[in-house]
Write a protein that binds this ligand. Structure first.
Ligand code: CTP
Length: 214
């Protein structure tokens, strides 16, 4: 079995020294890569800038990228040959409209940045998903969590969507633990209690393996 995983943040450059980014550490995506490899899968891990080292197992091939555009190119190359896609990356939805060749100099009391929309990696690849392929997405919502996550499941052609809780201390961005709900296409919702991301990754891999089309 071949698995494609996106992980970590993306960095969108503004000038030679600055970028727009986010606080994703990559921990959940890397833990999933390790858990799929432990289950015998060959994993392509496409990682935005993360402090985490490349997982040492030869079953995981780590590709480092910076921007959403680079992540899309790498993911699009690996997607047709993968049985399972997992979109765990926190991709920047927008990037600076211009990349300045020189460092932006300070002037005036305000500075307005123009941003343009990035490609939605999961949604774009979702349009070419074959019936035997399986796609897993992540969602982080603050209001109407289940309804929004369900919307993403259909819009991005996911088979499962992992909904991160923002309400629980110790869950999500930057933490070693996570608490999630997993929604499937049949409308089922499964609750996973707060636990180490490594343990949650193992449980999610078991759920994916049990959900795969035969
Ligand atoms: N995703 C992606 N490419 C993007 C944005 C998101 O592949 N440019 C993937 C994420 O990896 C995640 C899922 O889509 O699996 C949900 O991302 P999220 O940012 O929550 O969704 P958005 O489409 O940005 O929706 P909204 O801003 O309305 O919450």
């Amino acid at each position: 079995m071949r698995v494609l995983i996106t992980a970590g943040p993306t960095y969108e450059p503004l000038d030679p020294v600055r970028f727009l980014g986010n606080r994703s550490t990559g921990k959940m995506g890397y833990a999933l890569a390790e858990a799929f490899a432990a289950a015998g899968a060959e994993v392509t891990l496409i990682s935005g800038p993360s402090q985490l080292p490349d997982p040492p197992t030869p079953l995981i091939q780590t590709q480092r990228v910076e921007t959403a555009a680079e992540m899309f190119a790498a993911a699009a190359a690996a997607a047709p040959g993968a049985d399972v896609w997992v979109f765990a990356a926190a991709v920047a939805d927008y990037r600076p409209a211009r990349l300045e060749a020189e460092k932006i100099k300070k002037s005036g009391d305000t500075l307005t940045l123009e941003l343009i929309k990035n490609v939605d990696i999961a949604a774009t690849l979702g349009q070419s998903k074959r019936p035997e392929q399986f796609s897993v997405g992540f969602a982080l919502e603050t209001t109407d969590e289940l309804a929004h996550a369900r919307g993403k499941l259909h819009r991005k052609n996911f088979d499962l969507v992992v909904l991160n809780s923002l309400r629980d201390a110790g869950a999500g961005f930057g933490h070693d633990t996570n608490k999630v709900q997993v929604l499937d296409r049949a409308g089922r919702v499964r609750n996973f209690e707060l636990q180490a991301k490594t343990d949650l990754a193992r449980a999610l891999v078991q759920l994916v393996l049990a959900s795969l089309p035969n």
